[in-house]
Design a protein around this ligand. Sequence first.
Ligand SMILES: O=C(O)c1ccccc1N[C@@H]1O[C@H](COP(=O)(O)O)[C@@H](O)[C@H]1O
Length: 199
Amino acid sequence: MLVKVCGLMNREDVTAAVENGADYIGFVFAESKRRITYNHAAEISAHVPDSVQKVGVFVNPSVEEVLEAVSAVKLDMIQLHGDESPEFCSLMPKPVIKAFSISDQSDLDQMKHYQVAHILADAPGADYRGGSGHTFDWSILNNSGTKVILAGGLTPGNVAEAIKETSPLGVDVSSGVETDGHKDHEKINAFIREAKGSC
Ligand SMILES: O=C(O)c1ccccc1N[C@@H]1O[C@H](COP(=O)(O)O)[C@@H](O)[C@H]1O
């Protein structure tokens, strides 16, 4: 089970994610309470081993913005969390994780048009386009036959059940490993243990 820990904002949290076994770590460059600058992301991730993929999260960026971030942070993957088209995804300089908000069965149809590395199934956004901490109806994914990265409101307490219900390729968490708006290293440890122990 692949695990991505997203919304990291300091070196200690990056280290906690990496040492506890995260496969992907995410930095939010879109509008968010977790937004950081390219330089800050580069600084706090300079020590990350090559085995851990560094993912930049964007919402409707320009190609130039992505190129600048990839170069500054040495990103391995691009997560697109907005209304980006299949054509836009094909212009990306690194493998793409394309996020979709899942409300009903019709949301699965648009995924089929995207030739990307991974599809990420998330709850509809609240204040921002992601990172709401809300779950969606996982049963919608059951008939899709698509191996997705599951996101949206996952926590150490529900991730095992989510994996059992949806058999995803991976899971992605941000809010669910925070306490009072800050990453909580015990929750990061518990989340990754639960996720990796469930398969
Ligand atoms: O984390 C954010 O603040 C964020 C902002 C804008 C777009 C995406 C964002 N994060 C992604 O949202 C999902 C779900 O997060 P949560 O676990 O429900 O808090 C996840 O894919 C994050 O990568």
